[in-house]
Design a protein around this ligand. Structure first.
Ligand code: TRP
Length: 449
C-alpha cells in the first residue's frame, strides 16, 4: 500500500477492489487447501467428510465471512479494535482477543509445515529428491522431521521471510506476485491430477473422495474436523478478514467478493484431493496416514511424471508461496493489534511478534522427533496446537455470528453487508442468527462428551 492510499484516519487502504480480492484469496489459499485438507479428509473417511465440509462452507463459512468483512469495513480497525469501536465496553471483543491468540497458535505450526515445503523445494533444487532416496520417500520425510535441528532451521527461514515481508510493508508486491503464482499453482494442480489419475488408483481414489460412505458420520470427531478445517481454509474466525475488510473502502460490494473467495478456496481443495487420493491408492498408502501425507505421496507422483523433477521444484515453490501469503495474513492480525495497542513501529512489532511465534513453533517443529514423548491429552505438541485451532476458530466465528446477527440491528447488518433489503440478505441473517451459532455450539459442546 502506498502513502497515497491512506484513509481519513491515516490508516492504509486497498487502492483497488482487485487488491483486496487478491489479498483475501492469498490468505485463504494456502497449505490448508493442499496439505491440511488432504490429510484431514484422508483421516475422516473422504467423501462423506467432503460433503459435510461443503455444507459447512455454504451454511456457516460464507455467512461468517460476510460478517467479518462487514465488521472490518465498518469499523476500519483491527480484530480487537473493531469490536471496541463498534460496541465499546461490551463482551464481544472477546472474539478479537481469541483471534490474536489464534494467530499465535496457528502461525506457530503453520511456519513449521511451510518450512517443510521449503526443504522439499530446495531438495528438488539441489538433488536430494531427484531420485528416490535409499530409505524411500516415507523414510526421507520421517528422517527429516525427526531430526532435531533441521526442521527448526527451515521453520526459522520461513518465518524470517514472513516477518521480512510484513515489516517492509511489501505485502502489495506479494499480492501482485500472487496474480501470477496462484493461477500457475492451479494449472499445475490440474496437470498433476490428470497424471495422478493415470497411475492405477483412479477408481479407488475417486470413489474415496466422491462416493460417500455415510457410516463415518457416526464418528463424533468428523464434525469438529470438518468445522475446524472449513474455518482454517477460509481464514475465518480469528479476525484476519476483519483486518483485511478494514482496509476496504465502502465503495466495494461485499457479497460477490465473498462468494468468489469461498468458492475458489473450495475448488482448490477439491482439485488437491483429486491429485492426492488416486496416487494414495496407486502407491498403496493409507489415506489416514496423517500430516505427512502430501510429503510422502507427491514425490512418488513426480517420479512417475515426465520432467517430474522440474514439476516437483515448481510445485513446492508455489506451495511455499501460497503458504507465505497466508502466513502474512496470520502475522498481520497480531501485528495490526500490537501496533495500535502499544504504539510500536511496524518494524519492531513484526520482529517481536514474529520472533515470539517462531519460539512457540519450536516445540511443534520438534514434536515428531526429540519431543515426541511430550504429549498434551495424548497428542504431540503440534497436534495439540492444531486441535486448539479447531476449537478457537469456530468459537471466534460463533461470537462474530452472534454479534452481527443479534448485536446489530437488522437494518444495520443489512446495510453494512451491502445486502440491503434483498431476500438473500434475509437468508444471510437467518443463517447468522440461528443456523451457524446452533451448529457451532452443538459441535463444540459435543466435544466434552
Ligand atoms: N487459510 C490459510 C490456509 O488455508 C491459513 C490461514 C491464513 C488462516 N490466515 C488465516 C487460517 C486466518 C485461519 C485464520 O492455508
Amino acid at each position: 500500500m502506498s502513502e497515497r492510499d491512506l484513509q481519513p484516519g491515516g490508516r492504509e487502504q486497498w487502492a483497488t477492489k482487485i487488491g483486496f480480492m487478491l489479498a483475501a484469496m492469498g490468505s485463504a489459499v494456502g497449505l490448508g487447501n493442499i496439505w491440511r485438507f488432504s490429510y484431514v479428509a484422508g483421516e475422516n473417511g473422504g467423501a462423506a467428510f467432503l460433503v459435510l465440509y461443503i455444507a459447512i462452507i455454504a451454511l456457516i463459512g460464507i455467512p461468517i465471512m460476510m460478517a467479518e468483512f462487514s465488521i472490518g469495513r465498518k469499523a476500519q480497525s483491527d480484530a480487537v479494535g473493531s469490536f471496541q469501536k463498534l460496541a465499546p465496553g461490551r463482551p464481544w471483543v472477546t472474539a478479537g482477543f481469541l483471534g490474536v491468540a489464534s494467530a499465535f497458535i496457528i502461525l506457530s505450526f503453520y511456519g513449521v509445515v511451510a518450512g517443510w515445503t521449503l526443504k522439499y523445494f530446495v531438495s528438488y533444487l539441489t538433488g536430494g529428491l531427484w531420485s528416490e532416496p535409499a530409505e524411500g520417500y516415507g523414510g526421507f520425510f520421517e528422517g527429516f522431521i525427526m531430526s532435531s535441528a533441521e526442521p527448526v532451521v527451515w521453520q526459522f527461514l520461513f518465518m524470517a521471510i514472513t516477518v521480512g515481508v510484513v515489516l517492509m510493508g511489501i505485502k502489495k508486491g506479494i499480492e501482485k506476485a500472487n496474480l501470477i503464482l496462484m493461477p500457475t499453482l492451479a494449472i499445475l494442480l490440474i496437470i498433476m491430477s490428470i497424471y495422478s489419475l493415470t497411475l492405477g488408483g483412479a477408481q479407488e481414489g475417486l470413489s474415496f473422495l466422491f462416493a460417500p460412505d455415510w457410516s463415518v458420520l457416526t464418528e463424533p470427531g468428523i464434525y469438529l474436523a470438518a468445522l475446524g478445517q472449513a474455518f482454517f481454509s477460509l481464514s475465518l474466525g480469528m479476525g484476519a478478514l476483519i483486518t483485511y475488510g478494514s482496509y476496504l473502502s465502502s465503495k466495494e460490494r461485499l457479497p460477490g467478493a465473498t462468494a468468489g473467495i469461498a468458492s475458489m478456496d473450495t475448488v482448490f481443495a477439491i482439485v488437491a484431493g483429486i491429485m492426492i487420493f488416486p496416487a494414495v491408492f496407486a502407491f498403496g498408502i493409507d489415506p489416514a496416514a496423517g500430516p505427512g501425507l502430501v510429503f510422502v505421496i507427491l514425490p512418488s507422483v513426480f517420479e512417475a511424471i515426465p520432467l517430474g523433477v522440474v514439476v516437483g521444484l515448481a510445485f513446492f515453490f508455489l506451495l511455499a508461496a501460497a503458504g507465505l501469503s497466508s502466513a502474512i495474513s496470520l502475522l498481520e492480525v497480531a501485528v495490526a493489534y500490537f501496533i495500535r495497542k502499544f504504539g510500536w513501529t511496524r518494524k519492531a512489532t513484526a520482529l517481536i511478534i514474529g520472533g515470539l511465534i517462531f519460539l512457540l513453533g519450536i516445540p511443534s517443529s520438534l514434536s515428531m522427533g526429540v519431543m515426541a514423548d511430550f504429549t498434551i491429552f495424548g497428542n504431540v505438541f503440534m497436534d495439540a496446537m492444531e486441535g486448539l485451532s479447531d476449537i478457537f476458530l469456530p468459537l471466534g466465528g460463533l461470537i462474530i455470528a452472534l454479534f452481527v446477527g443479534w448485536g446489530w440491528k437488522k437494518a444495520q447488518s443489512l446495510e453494512a453487508s451491502d445486502f440491503g433489503a434483498s431476500a438473500i440478505g434475509t437468508i444471510w441473517l437467518f443463517l447468522l442468527r440461528f443456523v451457524a451459532p446452533a451448529a457451532i455450539a452443538v459441535v463444540l459442546v459435543a466435544q466434552f462428551y
